[in-house]
Structure formats: C-alpha cells, structure tokens
Design a protein around this ligand. Sequence first.
Ligand code: NAD
Length: 478
Amino acid sequence: MTTHFINNQRVPGSSGESIAVLDPSDGQVFAQLARGNATDIATAIRAARTAADGGAWSRLAPVERGRLLRKLSDAILANHDELATLEMRDCGKPVKQAKADATACARYFEYYAGACDKLHGETIPYTPGFAVMTVYEPHGVTGHIIPWNYPMQIFGRSVGGALAAGNACVVKPAEDACLSLLRIAELAAECGFPDGALNIVTGYGHEAGQALADAFGIDHISFTGSARVGTIIAQSAAKRHVPVTLELGGKSPQIVFADANLDEALPVIVNAIIQNAGQTCSAGSRLLIEASAYERVLSLLASRIAALKVGPAAMDLDVGPLIRQTQLDRVNGFLSDAKSANLRFIAQGSIAPESPAAGFYTKPTLIADVPTKAALAQDEVFGPVLAAMPFKDEADAIALANATEYGLVAGVWTENGGRGLRMARAVKAGQVFINNYGAGGGVELPFGGVKSSGYGREKGFEALYGFSVMKTVVIRHG
Ligand code: NAD
C-alpha cells in the first residue's frame, strides 16, 4: 500500500485502510492507496503550519525558494519517463499525452521558479509626512484538491504557484490517480525542500477532501474539479472565511464562421475534443458552425472522426480509455439519450480489437443538430463527444456561445479580424482563442472561469496574486 507524504517522510495512513486503484486500460487493480482521513489531514496541516509559521521554509529568501523550485523542475525532467509511466497507468493516458503532462509539470515549476523573486508591491503617494507601501505575503498554509484528469499538470500549476508565493501546501489528489504526485513529493524532499513545505494526503473526496475543506489551519483552498463539489468546498470555506479558488467544469464552444481556414481549424477542433479522451475541463465540446458552411464542415470532420482509433494507453493511439466504469456509463448515457432523441450521428471512431474487454473504452463521436436546450449542449459529458449546431450570424453565435451555465474557454475561427475581436469581447469565458485553441496549454497564460466554471485565476504570473495577501504598510515619518 502507498503512504501519505508528510514532513518529507512516507507516513502510513492512520486507519490502515486502503483504496484499490484500477488501470483504466484493462480495468484491473494494480495498486492500493492509503485511505486518508481527518486525522491524517490534521497531521499534514500541523507539518505545514510549522513550515509556514517560522519554520525553515518561511525563512528562505524568495530567490532560494526559486532555486528549489527550479531543482524540482529539473528532477521532474530527469525522472520524466518514470512519472509519465505512472500517469499512463493511473489515468489511462496514451504515452504521448502522459509524457506531455510530465513535461508541462516541470515547466510549471520552471516558470514559478523564475517568478518567486518578482512578486513585489508598490509605494503609494499619500498625505505629506507619510510613506505607504504594499507588500505581498503568503497566505500561510494552502490546501489543494486535485482531480484525476491531469494530476501532474494541475499539481504543477496550483502547487507550483502556491509554493512560489511562499505558502506551505497540503495536497489531496484524486482517489483515482495519485501515484505521480507521491513520487514528485519524494523528489521535492530529495531536492532539499524543507520539512512540511509540501505534504500529500491521499484518500476519498468525501473523507480526506472534505476534512481538508473543513479544517482549521488552512488559510486558502485551491479546488479543481466539478461544479457540484466546488459548491461544497466554497460553503465549507465560507464558514471560516477562507478564500477559495475554484477551477470547475466547462462546455466550451468552438465557433466556426464560413470564412474560417478549415485546413487549420479542423485538426485543432478534433484534438480539442479527443485530448485526454475528452476528459479535459477546457475541451471544445460544442461546435457552433455558420449555417452556410454547416454541412461542408460536418462532412470534412466526419472523415477525421471516423479515422480515430481508441485503445490501451500503451498502444499510444489517438484516444485512450476513460478513467473508470462510472465515467464510461455516464458517456454512454449521453450517447444513448442522443440516439433515443433521434439526433444525427455524423461519425464515430473505432476501438482497437486488442483493447481488453474490461477496459473503459468509448468511441469518439460527432453528433449534429443538437438543440440548445439538450443535455448534450448544456452538460459536461467529459468524454470524446462533440455536439454540433448551426448559427445564423454573429449575434446568433454569441447568444449560442453564452447559452450554458459555464464560461471557461472559447475558440473563434474566422479570417475576419474585426469579427474575431468582437467575438472575443462578447463571449463570456475566462480564455478566448482566435484561430487557435489551447485546451490546457500555456503555462504562462492566466486561466480560470466565469459563471459555473469558477472564479480566481491560476497559471501565469496572475496566479501569484491569488496565492498571496496584499498588506498595506503606512509609515509616518513627519
Ligand atoms: P470531482 O469534483 O468529483 O473531484 C475533484 C477532487 O475533489 C477529487 O480530488 C475528489 O476526491 C475531491 N472531492 C470530491 N468530493 C469532495 C468533497 N466533498 N470535499 C472535498 N473534496 C472532494 O471532479 P472529478 O470528477 O475528479 O474531475 C472532473 C471535473 O473537474 C470536471 O468537471 C472538470 O471540468 C473539472 N476540472 C476543471 C479544471 C479547471 O481547471 N477548470 C481542470 C480539470 C478538471
């Protein structure tokens, strides 16, 4: 059984209980995780508190923190293949995706390493005889609740930013996929991170996760996951007035005008829905196409979708398995509802015959004429299912793009520069891409949602403001 990682040590779970971890490629158990609880969370918070409140971590100069983060980035790259293999097994990610995630994780630590000593405040002109300055200080102890879809990437962006700002971290990864993060915590200890700076407790969301959200001794919570659990976290944190960053789900539109360069657009549109088997918060899962180009775009996409191959992670095909049976049931439920509603199935990919029967495979699917109010146009499927619908003109495109509860990312495809900019301003989303789309990409780019996609920003330098508190210091010098 794995252990927690607290105070730079492997710490067995206090309950002795475990959680079976399945390989999504074959549905078989391949590891046992420690099933953390409130006692384990309390132990981790004590370690982090000591680190944050006068411990060696809190005494480091920002440049020294930066050097440690840089060492960790290098260590992640040095152990890249091992980490990618863990993530491949844990999440069912095709090899290329798992490797890309390990590289991105290292890149987050590299980026935030360079940012540690650049977070500075201002002086403010005030009444004569006074000097006023603002300083950024860490919150203290930050809690991080991580989902299973991109464990390494989301750990890098959330914990990387929090450590750079000087916080000590307690991390609760998802019960389905923890192994890469436990290994990275060990690497951090080997790099010389002081005790208690980075602590990981594994376990279920409703046990260890809820204990972290409810705990006294946590000064900020960064939650990445579903909108449903985001509400629970925000309610828990509100009882103690603890600030929260919520990185939640999406139903992001790809908006294709008739003048779009389709040679460039189509491969990106396909990738935006199949990346990580569609289990990406910023997946481009709605395809809005100008009516005059609707059938042409659908038929060009049909051949691309039909050519997609699904199979075990190690085969490194276009699409791997979904994370678990309940996720497969969810995706299949959307597909059978769409069939019952007589929606138009344009194309489906195929599952490689070598795929183990007990793995969690579904075919990438393009469905057309999806009504705006249909579940397929409103709800996050979290699978490789692309819902297409036509629009009349720019105003109609904006109305459709904004017609869900989510607002995470949007893509606009047009050769008309003015229209691209008008759309970027009118669409309610945290990121808008014009003639490109970055599902999950861009360490430097502030990321986060509006509406039910959450609030607060991670990634980029902007994240450091969220992971710190501004203090105003007023000096009367006469
Ligand atoms: P989830 O909300 O079920 O779980 C996310 C994390 O929260 C896991 O670690 C889980 O153990 C924990 N958790 C569950 N219940 C909890 C509780 N009561 N208290 C505390 N913690 C709890 O989400 P998921 O199914 O793991 O992930 C998929 C969702 O995450 C999708 O909606 C996806 O869009 C979203 N997501 C968002 C982003 C983003 O950056 N906006 C990135 C990745 C995933």
